[in-house]
Design a protein around this ligand. Structure first.
Ligand code: PBG
Length: 327
């Protein structure tokens, strides 16, 4: 036995000493709460596949945003569900669209007290549910960029602080950056869903947002989850195209990427703790198989420990209450 003997347990003896040496601390400032806002409804609709989450009418989404801000969560990300879908996703860039109206109203009330991010994609707005313009069964790249530009500018006009292209269309960050700058929105930031995998963890979201593809799947644009080097190239390209924040999605299964991105590039990095990750915990907790609060705090801390600067999570409100110590 070596002397002096190293005993790791010395620093685990009491709560206070454990607090003192804790390396990763989850805070309210790490959280972004996703909100689904749906056109044409008058009351909240519970989302069956995501217990505790709702599709909200504009009025309630605005109230929810106020609630989020009062909990001390710094940011939300909005997903719109329009009444009208067409092949050109035209309601996605309607100045009176559901997201645009919601952003306007939130910004009128909250101003700079809440960061408002908007998801930019076509899939909730197209009849076929794909994230791009479709012709002969193919998802076209460059024609989609033209639509993404319009969506981004319409969100910025409404007051969005950050726009977040999630379609994995090549060149989307550059196209959006150019369009924003050209329209005078040089200080609206772009959060790129850079390493967005063709993942099976999005199932509950597609039910929530009514955005499942009506044919085929998303593997011709979203990334193969087996390819971490390719993910790093995606990130590098997005940084080059002007992304202010890059994202890894889903989070838990891809912590290796969060770590590598943060280590290699040192850029603001977001992780999306997606719907499937949420619903699995909810289901197991409902069965009484796990302790929800303990698991959620562990998972979010692990995502942060990997290097995430912010976590988009449906658990944001619960985590905020737990962190504040209300419950
Ligand atoms: C739209 C989009 C999706 C998610 C965020 N933006 C779904 C998809 O790509 O099919 C998933 C989020 C989640 O599962 O929580 N492109």
């Amino acid at each position: 036995m070596v002397f002096p003997q190293i005993r790791m347990r010395r620093l685990r003896k009491t709560v206070k000493i454990r607090d003192l040496v804790r390396e990763t601390v989850l805070t309210l400032n790490d959280l972004v709460y996703p909100i689904f806002v749906k056109e044409g409804i008058s009351d909240s609709e519970p989302i069956g596949s995501m217990p505790g989450q709702f599709r909200l009418p504009v009025r309630k989404a605005v109230e929810e945003a106020e609630n989020i801000a009062s909990l001390g969560i710094p940011a939300i990300i909005l997903f719109g569900i329009p009444i009208k879908k067409d092949d050109a996703a035209s309601s996605a860039y309607d100045p009176k669209g559901v997201v645009q109206r919601t952003v306007r109203s939130i910004k009128e009330r909250l101003g700079d007290n809440l960061v408002v991010m908007t998801d930019i994609c076509l899939c909730q707005y197209t009849t076929h549910g794909h994230c791009g313009v479709v012709e002969d069964g193919q998802i076209l790249n460059d024609p989609t960029l033209e639509i993404l530009r319009k969506i981004a500018v319409s969100h910025a006009e409404a007051g969005a602080d950050v726009v977040a292209p999630s379609g994995m269309i090549d060149g989307q960050v550059q196209a959006i950056r150019e369009a924003l700058d050209h329209a005078g929105f040089t200080d609206v930031a772009v959060m790129a869903y850079s390493a967005k995998h063709a993942s099976n963890f999005y199932g509950p979201f597609r039910e929530a947002a009514d955005s499942a593809p009506s044919f085929g799947d998303r593997r011709s644009y979203q990334m193969d989850y087996a390819n971490p080097d390719e993910a790093l190239r995606e990130v590098e390209l997005d940084i080059g195209e002007g992304a202010d924040i890059v994202m890894v999605k889903p989070a838990l299964a891809y912590l290796d990427l969060i770590y590598r991105i943060k280590t290699m590039y040192g850029v603001p990095t977001a992780a999306y703790n997606v719907s499937g990750e949420y619903s699995m915990i909810k289901a197991a907790a409902e069965m009484g198989w796990i302790d929800e609060k303990a698991i959620v705090l562990e998972v979010l801390t692990a995502i942060k420990r990997a290097g995430a600067d912010m976590i988009l999570t449906y658990f944001a409100k619960d985590a905020a209450r737990w962190l504040i110590g209300d419950e």
